[in-house]
Ligand binder design. Structure first.
Ligand code: ADP
Ligand code: MG
Length: 476
């Protein structure tokens, strides 16, 4: 489903649940890492892109004034209630720990959205290695920024979301998922230096080329313990090489030290060092639209992950073998496992026009080889977190009778205090009112903004058209 259609759908779902239309809609994407696997915790490079699968959040302020964020999930997960008046801690339902952690991070920075009604609808497959978790965190962060009008720097926003995943979901993830979900841009990949946290957008704007993602639909449970082992092996290799991390070693350094380490540690380090190089080359290849080179680097990455790093599995290998058999003639330049390994997804660089044929062959051959049904889709590099609907006042100063700003929020929610910090103080605004106005009179029927005093019409239950009318009849 395209993002625009998804937005309409989520708006309708929100209305069904809460009985009114949402005031804000935001979205944040899942991601696929095109190349650069198991390099992040070695201070290396990764090259992810946002995929056309999003966690969408629709929201409105609560109508009952409760200081609670109520989260419904369109897929039917148990709803969550996050009380903003008490310290926020991990709890149940567990899925809400991702938003809880993000909300806690914003509250700690003095950014408080107040009570909200929220609906989550995500098209990122859960637990498939496409980072539905980061999509959920970053969409929550984007919602809070939209509601409050206060924005963090993108790096701080991404790090806040990563911390939420560490502290509230107990997942010691790196920075990639949150960085790409925040900073992704349409038609671009993101080359991320996991040491300096510097990012570079890498253009890939040829619509004839896409990324084809196949979910093996298996997850072998050795992931966590094997992950810890790999990290320890990398640290031990770096120590033997006398460098702070494997980022600082070359293939020659490693070869020279081969006799000082076990074969396993040698192979782990060989994967990391070669993968960091491949990632940089792949970024160059993408910039030059050199699809064959990028495809070869992806196959090489897979072999290295399979043989040296030993984090692949039979099912992922099967998808890569099928891709090789389809070949460039059939529309596939290269393919590799993506994510931590032991199941999850593969990513392939493909000719978009060949996707129907590729999908058919992949589904048939994978089923024949493994007995499992794979799921698959093609995507182009998509946009990072976006605000899709916002009915807040615009940032330009208001003028009486001026259109182009949106007072629905003011008309409905009333409290003038919402505007503090954007206009002059209420007292000052009141002093501009001919004849004077005591600040206490500001409230239900009047409000002040940007040095002007506005009188609110009693609208009762209002339609947008009547809002529009009200907008033009504001009095100074
Ligand atoms: P991945 O990020 O690869 O999809 P994770 O295990 O990191 O896998 O995150 C998946 C978890 O994120 C789910 O188990 C669930 O707790 C949470 N989650 C993400 N999106 C949703 C959603 N739309 N509804 C409910 N839970 C979600
Ligand atoms: Mg995740």
């Amino acid at each position: 489903m395209k993002l625009n259609d998804l937005v309409d759908r989520v708006g309708q779902e929100f209305e069904q649940i809460y009985g009114r239309s949402p005031r804000w809609i935001v979205a944040a994407p899942g991601r696929v890492n095109v190349i650069g696997e198991h390099t992040d915790y070695n201070d290396g490079f990764v090259l992810p892109m946002a995929i056309d699968r999003y966690a969408v959040l629709a929201a409105d302020s609560r109508t009952d004034g409760k200081n609670v964020i109520r989260f419904h999930d369109a897929s039917g997960a148990e709803p969550a209630f996050i009380n903003l008046s008490a310290p926020i801690t991990p709890g149940t339902p567990k899925w809400a720990n991702y938003p809880r952690g993000v909300i806690a991070g914003y509250l700690a920075r003095g950014i408080n959205p107040g009570g909200l009604d929220v609906l989550l609808h995500s098209t990122v497959p859960l637990g498939g290695g496409l980072s539905s978790s980061a999509a959920l965190e970053v969409s929550t962060a984007t919602l809070l920024e939209n509601v409050t009008g206060k924005k963090l720097d993108p790096v701080e926003k991404a790090l806040l979301c990563q911390k939420a995943e560490h502290d509230f979901a107990g997942v010691p993830c790196g920075i990639m998922d949150q960085f790409i979900s925040v900073m992704g841009q349409e038609n671009h990949l993101l080359l991320l230096d996991c040491r300096s946290r510097k990012t570079q957008l890498v253009p890939m704007d040829d619509p004839a080329i896409g990324l084809f993602i196949v979910n093996s639909n298996v997850r072998h449970e050795l992931g966590n313990s094997e992950y810890a082992k790999r990290r320890a092996q990398c640290e031990s290799a770096a120590k033997i090489l006398g460098v702070p991390s494997l980022r600082d070693a070359t293939a020659v350094d490693l070869e020279n030290a081969r006799s000082k380490m076990s074969d396993v540690v040698f192979r782990r380090a060989r994967h990391v060092i070669s993968e960091i190089e491949r990632t940089i080359h792949a970024a160059e290849g993408l910039r030059a639209s050199n699809w064959t080179t990028v495809g070869q680097l992806m196959y090489a990455s897979h072999r290295s992950l399979r043989d040296d790093y030993e984090v692949s599995c039979r099912e992922l290998d099967a998808i890569v073998e099928i891709s090789e058999s389809i070949g460039i003639k059939g529309g596939i330049y290269g393919c590799r496992m993506t994510g931590g390994g032991f199941g999850g997804c593969t990513v392939a660089l493909v000719k978009t026009e060949a996707v129907p044929g590729i999908s058919k062959k992949m589904a048939e051959d994978y089923k024949a080889k493994t007995g499992i049904d794979a799921s698959m889709f093609v995507t182009r590099p998509a946009s990072g977190a976006v605000i899709l609907k916002s009915r807040r006042a615009q940032s330009q100063p208001l003028q009486p009778g001026r259109t182009g700003w949106d007072e629905e929020e003011q008309l409905r929610s009333g409290p003038v205090a919402r505007f503090r910090g954007r206009g002059p103080s209420i007292a000052e605004a009141c002093s501009h009112v001919p004849g004077g106005l005591h600040p206490r009179m500001i409230g239900q029927d009047n409000f002040a903004f940007a040095g002007h005093f506005f009188q609110r019409h009693r609208l009762g239950s209002v339609s947008p058209r009547r809002h529009h009318h009200a907008k033009n009849t504001l009095v100074n």
